[in-house]
Design a protein around this ligand. Structure first.
Ligand code: HMG
Ligand code: MG
Length: 301
Protein backbone atom coordinates (compact mmCIF):
# COMPACT_ATOMS: atom_id res chain seq x y z
CA UNK A 1 0.00 0.00 0.00
CA UNK A 2 1.42 3.33 -1.06
CA UNK A 3 0.46 6.54 0.78
CA UNK A 4 -2.72 8.15 -0.56
CA UNK A 5 -1.35 11.65 -0.20
CA UNK A 6 2.10 13.20 -0.58
CA UNK A 7 3.46 16.58 0.46
CA UNK A 8 5.99 18.13 -1.89
CA UNK A 9 8.39 20.84 -0.78
CA UNK A 10 9.55 22.89 -3.72
CA UNK A 11 13.17 23.78 -3.05
CA UNK A 12 13.64 25.42 -6.46
CA UNK A 13 13.92 29.02 -5.28
CA UNK A 14 16.74 27.95 -2.92
CA UNK A 15 18.45 24.72 -4.07
CA UNK A 16 17.46 25.39 -7.68
CA UNK A 17 18.84 28.88 -7.91
CA UNK A 18 21.74 28.92 -5.41
CA UNK A 19 24.15 27.58 -8.02
CA UNK A 20 23.30 30.09 -10.76
CA UNK A 21 26.36 32.11 -11.74
CA UNK A 22 24.48 35.18 -12.96
CA UNK A 23 22.49 37.01 -10.30
CA UNK A 24 18.79 36.27 -10.68
CA UNK A 25 16.72 39.37 -9.83
CA UNK A 26 14.89 39.22 -6.50
CA UNK A 27 11.66 40.05 -8.38
CA UNK A 28 12.03 36.89 -10.49
CA UNK A 29 12.52 34.78 -7.36
CA UNK A 30 9.43 36.33 -5.78
CA UNK A 31 7.39 35.70 -8.93
CA UNK A 32 8.57 32.09 -8.91
CA UNK A 33 7.37 31.63 -5.33
CA UNK A 34 4.02 33.19 -6.28
CA UNK A 35 3.64 30.84 -9.23
CA UNK A 36 4.51 27.82 -7.11
CA UNK A 37 1.92 28.68 -4.49
CA UNK A 38 -0.67 29.38 -7.19
CA UNK A 39 0.04 25.90 -8.58
CA UNK A 40 -0.84 24.46 -5.18
CA UNK A 41 2.52 23.99 -3.46
CA UNK A 42 1.99 24.18 0.30
CA UNK A 43 5.66 24.14 1.25
CA UNK A 44 8.30 26.29 -0.43
CA UNK A 45 11.99 26.58 0.48
CA UNK A 46 12.51 30.20 -0.39
CA UNK A 47 16.14 31.12 0.28
CA UNK A 48 19.09 30.67 2.61
CA UNK A 49 20.73 32.86 5.23
CA UNK A 50 24.31 31.81 4.54
CA UNK A 51 27.46 33.83 3.97
CA UNK A 52 27.05 35.99 0.84
CA UNK A 53 30.76 35.42 0.21
CA UNK A 54 30.13 31.68 -0.03
CA UNK A 55 26.85 31.80 -1.94
CA UNK A 56 26.34 35.26 -3.51
CA UNK A 57 23.12 34.21 -5.27
CA UNK A 58 21.30 34.05 -1.90
CA UNK A 59 22.48 37.50 -0.71
CA UNK A 60 19.03 38.96 -1.48
CA UNK A 61 17.38 36.66 1.09
CA UNK A 62 15.68 39.43 3.09
CA UNK A 63 14.42 41.21 -0.01
CA UNK A 64 12.95 38.00 -1.41
CA UNK A 65 11.21 37.08 1.84
CA UNK A 66 9.80 40.62 2.10
CA UNK A 67 8.54 40.53 -1.48
CA UNK A 68 6.32 37.47 -1.08
CA UNK A 69 2.58 37.91 -0.75
CA UNK A 70 1.88 35.10 1.66
CA UNK A 71 -0.94 32.67 1.25
CA UNK A 72 -2.65 31.17 4.25
CA UNK A 73 -1.80 27.49 4.54
CA UNK A 74 1.53 27.80 2.73
CA UNK A 75 4.72 27.23 4.74
CA UNK A 76 7.86 29.17 3.83
CA UNK A 77 11.21 27.75 4.92
CA UNK A 78 14.78 29.05 4.81
CA UNK A 79 18.20 27.49 5.36
CA UNK A 80 20.28 28.67 8.32
CA UNK A 81 23.76 27.28 9.09
CA UNK A 82 24.38 29.07 12.39
CA UNK A 83 23.06 31.68 14.86
CA UNK A 84 24.03 34.53 12.55
CA UNK A 85 21.84 32.95 9.88
CA UNK A 86 18.95 32.53 12.30
CA UNK A 87 19.27 36.15 13.46
CA UNK A 88 19.05 37.26 9.85
CA UNK A 89 16.13 34.96 9.13
CA UNK A 90 13.86 35.60 12.13
CA UNK A 91 12.77 39.14 11.19
CA UNK A 92 11.72 37.82 7.76
CA UNK A 93 9.16 35.53 9.46
CA UNK A 94 9.81 32.07 8.02
CA UNK A 95 7.56 29.23 9.17
CA UNK A 96 10.41 26.79 9.31
CA UNK A 97 14.20 26.84 9.33
CA UNK A 98 16.48 24.19 7.94
CA UNK A 99 19.83 23.34 9.47
CA UNK A 100 22.01 21.40 7.10
CA UNK A 101 24.57 18.87 8.12
CA UNK A 102 26.25 15.98 6.36
CA UNK A 103 26.85 12.29 6.90
CA UNK A 104 30.34 12.73 5.46
CA UNK A 105 33.15 14.65 7.20
CA UNK A 106 34.71 15.75 3.93
CA UNK A 107 31.48 17.29 2.67
CA UNK A 108 30.78 18.99 5.99
CA UNK A 109 34.17 20.71 5.76
CA UNK A 110 33.68 21.86 2.16
CA UNK A 111 30.08 22.94 2.53
CA UNK A 112 29.98 24.60 5.93
CA UNK A 113 33.65 24.78 6.88
CA UNK A 114 33.48 22.64 10.02
CA UNK A 115 33.37 19.03 11.19
CA UNK A 116 30.12 17.14 11.69
CA UNK A 117 30.48 17.47 15.45
CA UNK A 118 31.16 21.21 15.25
CA UNK A 119 28.17 21.62 12.96
CA UNK A 120 25.90 19.94 15.50
CA UNK A 121 27.19 22.28 18.22
CA UNK A 122 26.38 25.22 15.93
CA UNK A 123 22.91 23.85 15.23
CA UNK A 124 22.09 23.20 18.88
CA UNK A 125 21.39 26.85 19.83
CA UNK A 126 19.79 27.46 16.43
CA UNK A 127 17.29 24.65 16.99
CA UNK A 128 16.57 25.84 20.54
CA UNK A 129 16.07 29.49 19.54
CA UNK A 130 13.98 28.61 16.50
CA UNK A 131 11.68 26.40 18.55
CA UNK A 132 11.47 29.13 21.18
CA UNK A 133 10.30 31.44 18.39
CA UNK A 134 7.63 28.89 17.46
CA UNK A 135 9.28 27.67 14.28
CA UNK A 136 9.61 24.13 13.07
CA UNK A 137 13.19 22.91 12.58
CA UNK A 138 14.09 20.64 9.72
CA UNK A 139 17.49 18.99 9.43
CA UNK A 140 18.92 18.18 6.01
CA UNK A 141 21.47 15.36 5.97
CA UNK A 142 23.66 15.66 2.90
CA UNK A 143 25.57 12.78 1.37
CA UNK A 144 23.27 10.18 2.94
CA UNK A 145 23.75 8.07 -0.22
CA UNK A 146 27.32 8.99 -1.10
CA UNK A 147 29.84 11.80 -0.99
CA UNK A 148 31.58 13.62 -3.83
CA UNK A 149 34.86 13.66 -1.85
CA UNK A 150 34.97 10.45 0.16
CA UNK A 151 32.75 8.16 -1.96
CA UNK A 152 30.82 5.62 0.09
CA UNK A 153 29.05 6.68 3.26
CA UNK A 154 28.10 3.94 5.72
CA UNK A 155 24.60 3.45 7.07
CA UNK A 156 26.04 3.79 10.57
CA UNK A 157 27.46 7.21 9.70
CA UNK A 158 24.07 8.28 8.36
CA UNK A 159 22.25 7.03 11.44
CA UNK A 160 24.74 8.77 13.72
CA UNK A 161 23.83 12.16 12.24
CA UNK A 162 20.11 11.35 12.42
CA UNK A 163 20.57 10.60 16.12
CA UNK A 164 22.56 13.81 16.67
CA UNK A 165 19.84 15.84 14.94
CA UNK A 166 17.26 14.21 17.19
CA UNK A 167 19.37 14.92 20.30
CA UNK A 168 19.45 18.65 19.61
CA UNK A 169 15.71 18.89 19.03
CA UNK A 170 15.44 18.88 15.24
CA UNK A 171 11.81 18.06 14.38
CA UNK A 172 12.22 16.51 10.95
CA UNK A 173 15.04 14.95 8.95
CA UNK A 174 15.47 15.16 5.20
CA UNK A 175 17.65 12.40 3.81
CA UNK A 176 19.58 13.99 0.96
CA UNK A 177 21.22 12.35 -2.01
CA UNK A 178 23.42 15.33 -2.80
CA UNK A 179 25.06 13.79 -5.88
CA UNK A 180 22.25 11.52 -7.03
CA UNK A 181 24.11 8.21 -6.72
CA UNK A 182 21.54 6.38 -4.60
CA UNK A 183 19.54 3.43 -5.92
CA UNK A 184 16.23 2.12 -4.52
CA UNK A 185 17.31 -0.62 -2.11
CA UNK A 186 20.05 1.52 -0.61
CA UNK A 187 17.61 4.41 -0.28
CA UNK A 188 15.25 2.12 1.63
CA UNK A 189 18.08 1.08 3.94
CA UNK A 190 18.90 4.74 4.62
CA UNK A 191 15.24 5.59 5.24
CA UNK A 192 14.92 2.66 7.62
CA UNK A 193 17.79 4.06 9.69
CA UNK A 194 16.04 7.44 9.86
CA UNK A 195 12.75 5.76 10.78
CA UNK A 196 14.39 4.21 13.83
CA UNK A 197 14.50 7.72 15.32
CA UNK A 198 11.71 9.71 13.62
CA UNK A 199 8.09 8.89 12.71
CA UNK A 200 7.08 8.53 9.05
CA UNK A 201 5.63 12.02 8.92
CA UNK A 202 8.96 13.55 9.99
CA UNK A 203 11.23 11.87 7.44
CA UNK A 204 11.56 13.09 3.87
CA UNK A 205 13.61 12.42 0.77
CA UNK A 206 15.70 14.95 -1.14
CA UNK A 207 16.98 13.40 -4.34
CA UNK A 208 19.25 15.06 -6.85
CA UNK A 209 18.74 13.40 -10.21
CA UNK A 210 22.32 13.28 -11.45
CA UNK A 211 22.21 9.58 -12.36
CA UNK A 212 18.50 9.51 -13.28
CA UNK A 213 17.53 7.51 -10.17
CA UNK A 214 15.40 10.03 -8.33
CA UNK A 215 11.94 8.85 -9.39
CA UNK A 216 12.86 5.24 -8.65
CA UNK A 217 14.15 6.36 -5.26
CA UNK A 218 10.93 8.23 -4.54
CA UNK A 219 8.93 5.12 -5.43
CA UNK A 220 11.13 3.04 -3.14
CA UNK A 221 10.53 5.55 -0.33
CA UNK A 222 6.76 5.48 -0.96
CA UNK A 223 6.89 1.72 -0.49
CA UNK A 224 8.06 2.39 3.07
CA UNK A 225 5.26 4.89 3.60
CA UNK A 226 7.43 8.02 3.33
CA UNK A 227 5.15 10.76 2.04
CA UNK A 228 7.19 13.98 2.01
CA UNK A 229 9.68 14.82 -0.72
CA UNK A 230 11.69 17.80 -1.82
CA UNK A 231 11.69 18.57 -5.52
CA UNK A 232 12.82 21.48 -7.63
CA UNK A 233 10.70 23.22 -10.23
CA UNK A 234 12.03 22.59 -13.76
CA UNK A 235 14.73 20.34 -12.24
CA UNK A 236 16.86 23.37 -11.46
CA UNK A 237 19.88 23.33 -9.31
CA UNK A 238 22.88 21.74 -7.80
CA UNK A 239 25.07 22.41 -4.82
CA UNK A 240 28.01 24.79 -5.23
CA UNK A 241 30.07 22.43 -3.05
CA UNK A 242 29.22 19.21 -4.93
CA UNK A 243 30.91 19.61 -8.31
CA UNK A 244 29.06 18.00 -11.22
CA UNK A 245 25.91 17.33 -9.21
CA UNK A 246 22.82 18.33 -11.16
CA UNK A 247 19.52 19.60 -9.89
CA UNK A 248 16.91 18.00 -7.72
CA UNK A 249 14.33 15.81 -9.31
CA UNK A 250 11.91 18.08 -11.19
CA UNK A 251 8.68 18.81 -9.33
CA UNK A 252 6.70 18.36 -12.57
CA UNK A 253 8.07 14.82 -13.00
CA UNK A 254 7.28 13.86 -9.41
CA UNK A 255 3.73 15.21 -9.71
CA UNK A 256 3.24 13.27 -12.97
CA UNK A 257 4.39 10.07 -11.26
CA UNK A 258 2.26 10.59 -8.15
CA UNK A 259 -0.92 11.49 -10.02
CA UNK A 260 -0.38 8.46 -12.25
CA UNK A 261 -0.25 6.35 -9.10
CA UNK A 262 -3.50 7.93 -7.88
CA UNK A 263 -1.70 9.77 -5.08
CA UNK A 264 -3.05 13.22 -4.23
CA UNK A 265 -0.68 16.21 -4.12
CA UNK A 266 -3.04 19.18 -4.28
CA UNK A 267 -0.95 20.47 -7.17
CA UNK A 268 -2.25 21.60 -10.56
CA UNK A 269 0.26 20.11 -13.01
CA UNK A 270 -0.57 22.59 -15.80
CA UNK A 271 0.07 25.59 -13.57
CA UNK A 272 3.25 23.91 -12.34
CA UNK A 273 4.46 23.45 -15.92
CA UNK A 274 3.83 27.18 -16.46
CA UNK A 275 5.93 27.98 -13.39
CA UNK A 276 8.72 25.78 -14.78
CA UNK A 277 8.53 27.51 -18.16
CA UNK A 278 8.60 30.91 -16.44
CA UNK A 279 11.80 30.27 -14.49
CA UNK A 280 13.47 28.43 -17.37
CA UNK A 281 12.74 31.41 -19.67
CA UNK A 282 14.11 33.79 -17.05
CA UNK A 283 17.33 31.74 -16.96
CA UNK A 284 17.42 31.43 -20.75
CA UNK A 285 17.30 27.66 -21.01
CA UNK A 286 14.80 24.87 -21.60
CA UNK A 287 13.25 23.12 -18.57
CA UNK A 288 15.12 19.98 -17.46
CA UNK A 289 11.81 18.38 -16.47
CA UNK A 290 10.84 15.59 -18.87
CA UNK A 291 7.15 15.90 -18.02
CA UNK A 292 7.38 19.69 -18.31
CA UNK A 293 8.90 19.46 -21.79
CA UNK A 294 6.41 16.84 -22.94
CA UNK A 295 3.40 18.81 -21.71
CA UNK A 296 4.68 22.05 -23.27
CA UNK A 297 5.25 20.25 -26.60
CA UNK A 298 1.73 18.82 -26.46
CA UNK A 299 0.25 22.29 -26.04
CA UNK A 300 2.01 23.54 -29.17
CA UNK A 301 1.12 20.41 -31.16
P1 HMG B 1 32.85 30.42 8.00
O1 HMG B 1 33.73 31.28 7.14
O2 HMG B 1 33.45 29.22 8.66
O3 HMG B 1 32.08 31.29 9.10
O4 HMG B 1 31.60 29.96 7.14
P2 HMG B 1 32.55 32.25 10.21
O5 HMG B 1 31.57 32.11 11.32
O6 HMG B 1 34.02 32.10 10.49
O7 HMG B 1 32.31 33.71 9.54
C1 HMG B 1 33.05 34.18 8.43
C2 HMG B 1 32.33 35.35 7.81
O8 HMG B 1 31.05 34.95 7.31
C3 HMG B 1 32.07 36.51 8.76
O9 HMG B 1 32.04 37.70 7.98
C4 HMG B 1 30.66 36.22 9.23
O10 HMG B 1 29.98 37.35 9.68
C5 HMG B 1 30.03 35.70 7.97
P3 HMG B 1 33.34 38.64 7.85
O11 HMG B 1 33.69 39.00 9.26
O12 HMG B 1 34.40 37.80 7.18
O13 HMG B 1 32.84 39.77 7.00
N1 HMG B 1 28.89 34.80 8.22
C6 HMG B 1 27.65 34.97 7.73
N2 HMG B 1 27.10 35.89 6.94
C7 HMG B 1 25.79 35.77 6.64
N3 HMG B 1 25.00 34.77 7.09
C8 HMG B 1 25.53 33.81 7.88
C9 HMG B 1 26.89 33.90 8.23
N4 HMG B 1 27.69 33.12 8.98
C10 HMG B 1 28.91 33.68 8.98
N5 HMG B 1 24.73 32.82 8.29
C11 HMG B 1 29.34 29.28 6.84
C12 HMG B 1 30.60 29.13 7.69
C13 HMG B 1 28.39 28.17 7.22
C14 HMG B 1 28.72 30.62 7.11
C15 HMG B 1 29.75 29.17 5.37
O14 HMG B 1 30.48 27.99 5.18
C16 HMG B 1 28.59 29.19 4.41
O15 HMG B 1 27.87 30.16 4.30
N6 HMG B 1 28.41 28.11 3.64
C17 HMG B 1 27.36 28.06 2.64
C18 HMG B 1 26.94 26.68 2.46
C19 HMG B 1 25.76 26.62 1.53
O16 HMG B 1 24.91 27.49 1.45
N7 HMG B 1 25.68 25.49 0.78
C20 HMG B 1 24.59 25.24 -0.06
C21 HMG B 1 23.35 24.87 0.71
S1 HMG B 1 23.40 23.21 1.38
C22 HMG B 1 22.83 22.22 0.10
O17 HMG B 1 22.63 22.67 -1.00
C23 HMG B 1 22.54 20.78 0.40
C24 HMG B 1 21.04 20.48 0.55
O18 HMG B 1 20.32 20.86 -0.60
C25 HMG B 1 20.88 18.98 0.78
C26 HMG B 1 21.65 18.17 -0.26
O19 HMG B 1 21.30 18.20 -1.45
O20 HMG B 1 22.64 17.56 0.15
C27 HMG B 1 20.45 21.22 1.76
MG1 MG C 1 20.20 19.73 -2.41
Amino acid sequence: MLPSQVTLVDVGPRDGLQNEKLQVAAGVKVELVHRLQSAGLKEIEVTSFVSPKWVPQMADNTEVMAGITRRPGVRYSVLVPNMKGLEGALPTRPDEVVVFGAASEAFSQRNINCSIEESIERFRPVAAAAREAGLKVRGAISCALGCPYQGEVSLDDVERVVRLMKDIGVDHVGMADTIGVGTPRRVQAVMERALKHYPLVEVSGHFHDTYGQALANIYASLELGIHTFDASIAGLGGCPYAKGATGNVATEDVVFLLHGLGIATGIDLDALVDAGAFISDALGRPPVSRAGKALLAKRVG
